[in-house]
Design a protein around this ligand. Sequence first.
Ligand code: MN
Length: 507
Amino acid sequence: MPDMKIATIDDQTIDDLLRIAVEHNPDSDVEMLQRAYDFASVAHGGQKRKSGQPYIVHPLATAITLAELGLDDDTIAAGLMHDVPEDTETTLDDIKKEFGKEVAFLVEGITKLGQLKYRGIDRYVENLRRMFVAMAEDARVILIKFADRINNLRTLDALPPEKRRRIALESLEIFAPIANRLGMGEVKGQLEDLSFPYVYPEEYNWMVNRVIPLFKEKEEFVHEFQQFLIAELKQRGIIAIDAHGRTKHIYSLYQKLIKNNRDLAKIYDLVAIRIIVDSVAKCYEALGVVHELCKPLKGRIKDYIAQPKPNGYQSLHTTVFAPKGFAPDDEKAHIVEVQIRTAEMHKEAEFGIAAHWAYDEFKHHKKIDRRVDWMQQIIDMQDNLTDKDLLLESLKIDIFQNRIYAFTPRGDVIELPEDATPVDFAYKIHTDLGHTCSGAKINDQIASLNTTLKSGDVVEIFSDPHRKGPSADWLDFVNTDTARSHIRSYLNKESRSLLDKTKDVDY
Ligand code: MN
């Protein structure tokens, strides 16, 4: 099995595509793929991308991503032609005549899906619905959409700033969680990391300039500790077929930091070692050896093999104290997460449903893959649910774990962590709105400011312009950094100005 990795380099050619397709599937129909490329090139003719490049560069990059995911020829061909019916004179019928029903069906699916734009709760739900319908018909459609989006995010700089943010936000809020739910860790990571700088530029810079350098310092230590574990395992007859210090995706690292109040010391899996062995039995054996050598941290041993995550993720996780002699003096550097899994589990974790659906396997797995069952359940649920709040509520449980999406009365989506309150919501919109908020309505009902918000809630904030500022009590229930830091800095300023006034009187 060739290494599955999504390349990040541009200026690829059709030869690169054909080579990658054959690497993953020796029986790949290169003649057909070449024809699809020529067909799309002719159809797009002299069209140029916003960046000035010939248009074909984009569908080619999309197809290459699909080939890297190990998908079948029809999907790759559909990737090459995915923008043809919408953007050129060439029709879906033409594609059907040249390439058959299957390819035309996939291209049609991606065309129908269109661009996911939303404003307000109705469009949001409607677009999610379209996404799920497309997935249920044939999940390969959504994989083409992901590949298309990854490439568009890479060339986002060519668009005006407003558009950049919208596309990036949508990728972060809708595409990435769905990729995650489909078990596609690598695709999710790419979607998030590519969107991150556009959606939260300041936070991104903070990560790159302040956090990542700290992380790099630990790399050498992690490498040595990893070598030590591999040697010890080998002595006991367990061969690590692969092992790597895990490079965490920057956005997921950021999410973890936010959850832990930006306290780097609390993130034990900031550095992790991944050990890949050849059987499930060896996973448990290896875990035993790791615990024999290193004391595990209480409550951090997780058996995702016996109990996989809802998206199918399997692995053994443990966090251990590395023996003395590896770490520098810093106490925290001793703590390392170790993940143990089989090669099969690894492929699953990175590529999810795509790992299953390579070549012909795909069709046979269609009915049995539990993640497909999950999609089907959502479709069934939608058919029975006309209540939008209920629908969003159930989508929240299923896709948007750990984050909620509430709405302003105008329908703007506000993303918040779980347990957020109307005060968090107000600060997220504007500092002044936070400072002056005096009450809230949630779904048209008056609610207290410490109510816990749910996904799909429509939140109206009442602002009292005469209000002096936030109350110190709010610190007891707010759950976002934004709210907390604004309240604190206001209160600090307030106490300072009181001191100033006292001085004035003294004089
Ligand atoms: Mn496209």
